[in-house]
Design a binder for this molecule. Structure first.
Ligand code: SF4
Length: 407
């Protein structure tokens, strides 16, 4: 009987082979059942490894459910994430056109006992305190909760965007019990934001773009060390290092093949490279499908260390594809291009479009850019910005493509 069960169950290696280069052969539910080790996919699996989130002292799962999608119509994702121990849930007021927060709220309505197990994070853009209070109140209502564990100012490009009024606001919201911790997220000028935040004494957590392409630069290392010294909890996002240019290159296929021989997919290897840094408490990963969720959960549970050869493989790939990746150093190109167009934000929209394959998300984020920025996108002279770009991106051409694809 035991032997039969063993044969019926996919081994971890078989599973990795199945989902390895696209997962076309298995349905999401089959994959889910395989990882859960159950034919129903419902029973609770062992929890994920956990790490302390800086000075908050809270232990969080090392994998976070990035909820940038409609969870109202995707309750199964929440259920399965919960069952597999992915108990750090990240959302924002605008995600999934507002349906991300609403779906999480519905989940808590149906599963009130689950709320205490979830480290719940939501965000809003920095603004006037009264506007932020209104956003938070709306989020709490939609999330069907009295408090969020962490509230982030969304997508800042410099800490000057969150001055003393927001500091006082965060203290007041903590006092009223509406938030437990406060911080910000950043995809642009991350290193400068981290370095500046480390000098403040009121930032609990930062979620920031961090991946195999960025982790070894001296400035990123310095920024991380400064935050660790000041006790700021660090959450990595955009860990796949995708860019505005799709890299379906021979180099990528060769890398994927090499990692499969080691027992991981290349996507899992990129997660593992980030987890190798013990100062990163958690990876927030956009996981809108069971295939991605189960693959990431398998990576989080797999204790195999990345070897020197693995890391060198990622390094080589990063170098070969560097001109297809935007490193988020927006102050360089935006200033060089006259200041109107937030080039790195537009690059991120193209990344959603091409790397994530999520056209709706790409267009939604693009539509959130200022009218002036969108209107001037193809009018600006990017020659100086292209000369200044450390990644050597073809900025003018990519801005034209963005205008064509996303407008
Ligand atoms: S300078 Fe280049 S890499 Fe840096 S944000 Fe601008 S386009 Fe991206």
């Amino acid at each position: 009987m035991a032997e039969m069960e063993k044969q019926n169950r996919l081994t971890r290696r078989d599973f990795l082979k199945t989902v390895g280069l696209g997962g076309m052969a298995a349905t999401s539910l089959e994959v889910a059942r395989a990882v859960a080790g159950t034919d129903q996919g419902e029973s609770k699996a062992p929890t994920l490894p956990r790490r302390k989130l800086g000075k908050t002292g809270v232990e969080v799962s090392i994998l976070s459910l990035g909820g940038m999608f409609d969870t109202v119509n995707n309750q199964l994702m929440l259920r399965q994430a919960y069952n597999w121990g992915v108990t750090y849930w990240d959302t924002a007021e605008g995600y999934g056109n507002g349906l991300s927060e609403e779906g999480i709220g519905r989940f808590f309505t149906r599963n009130p006992d689950a709320r205490k197990d979830i480290f719940l994070v939501t965000k809003t853009r920095p603004g006037a305190p009264e506007k932020m209070t209104a956003s938070l109140e709306t989020s709490l209502k939609k999330l069907n909760t009295n408090t969020v564990d962490l509230f982030l100012c969304h997508g800042i490009t410099a800490v000057t965007e969150i001055g003393d009024p927001i500091k006082d606001w965060a203290a007041q919201m903590k006092k009223e019990g509406k938030i437990k911790f406060f911080g910000f997220s950043t995809h642009t000028n991350m290193e400068d934001c981290l370095l500046a935040a480390a000098k403040l004494n009121w930032i609990d957590v930062i979620m920031f773009t961090y991946n195999f392409r960025l982790m070894d630069t001296p400035k990123m290392k310095e920024a991380l060390a400064a935050c660790v010294a000041s006790g700021i909890g660090l959450v990595a996002m955009k860990t796949q290092g995708g860019g505005p240019v799709k890299t379906d290159s021979e180099a990528e296929l060769a890398m994927a093949g090499r990692f499969l021989e080691r027992g991981f997919t290349d996507k899992q290897a990129k997660l593992k490279a980030v987890w190798e840094n013990p100062n990163i408490s958690c990876i927030c990963s956009q996981m809108p499908s069971l295939t991605i969720l189960s693959t990431n959960v398998a990576a989080a549970r797999d204790l195999t260390k990345m070897g020197r050869n693995d890391l060198e493989l990622l390094d080589r790939f990063a170098m070969e594809t560097c001109s297809g990746y935007c490193a988020g150093c927006g102050h360089i190109c935006q200033e060089a291009a006259g200041g109107t167009v937030p080039v790195s934000d537009v690059m991120r929209c193209l990344m959603y479009y091409r790397d994530y394959g999520d056209r709706d998300l790409a267009r939604e984020v693009y539509a959130g850019l200022s009218e002036e920025a969108r209107a001037r996108l193809t009018e600006v002279d990017y020659a100086k910005a292209e000369r200044a770009c450390p990644q050597g991106l073809a900025i003018a051409e990519l801005m034209r493509e963005a205008s064509r694809l996303l407008a």
